[in-house]
Design a protein around this ligand. Structure first.
Ligand code: RP5
Length: 153
């Protein structure tokens, strides 16, 4: 993520990764404030065996796109909801990548962070049958939790 202030949102991704038994590291890597850290993180990602990168950033959200320019590892972008522009700024900054350097862009905010973890699980599940099974169970449990009819409070 681009900042400590992104963590309350990105925690939603971390919680789901925990739930699905996927190991991960959570790091602050800012495209603007720590560009050298971004460069080495992206440069070393494939060699370190990372399989997916979830990149959350807000405002002029250059982290996911710059990360995608430094590594072929799939980058999943999470637009952080900003106070000034409600996260539309983050969304537009992340989603409009030029041909050649894609970022799989999620919804703005906490739903996007949770979905980023599920997207990563889906990617990793292609070659990890045990994880694929855990993801299927998670999805079935969510589906089963939805009532057929609305309840009064
Ligand atoms: C972005 O700037 C970060 O991803 C964060 O969403 C936003 C604001 O950062 P802070 O000023 O709260 O550290 O780079």
């Amino acid at each position: 993520m681009g900042s400590q202030s992104d963590w309350p949102t990105m925690k939603r991704a971390a919680e789901l990764l925990d739930e699905l038994g996927i190991s991960y590291e959570a790091r602050i890597v800012s495209a603007h404030r720590t560009p050298d850290r971004l460069w080495s993180y992206g440069k070393d990602a494939a060699g370190r065996g990372l399989k997916a990168i979830i990149a959350g950033a807000g405002g002029a959200a250059h982290l996911p796109g710059m990360m995608a320019s430094k590594t072929r590892i799939p980058v999943i972008g999470v637009p952080i909801q900003t106070r000034a522009l409600s996260g539309v700024d983050s969304l537009y900054s992340i989603v409009q990548m030029p041909r050649g350097y894609p970022v799989a862009t999620m919804a703005i905010g906490e739903a996007g962070a949770a979905n980023a973890a599920l997207m990563a699980a889906g990617i990793l599940g292609i070659t990890d049958p045990a994880l694929a099974e855990r993801l299927d169970s998670w999805r079935a449990a969510l589906s089963a939790s939805i009532p057929e009819e609305p309840q009064d409070d």
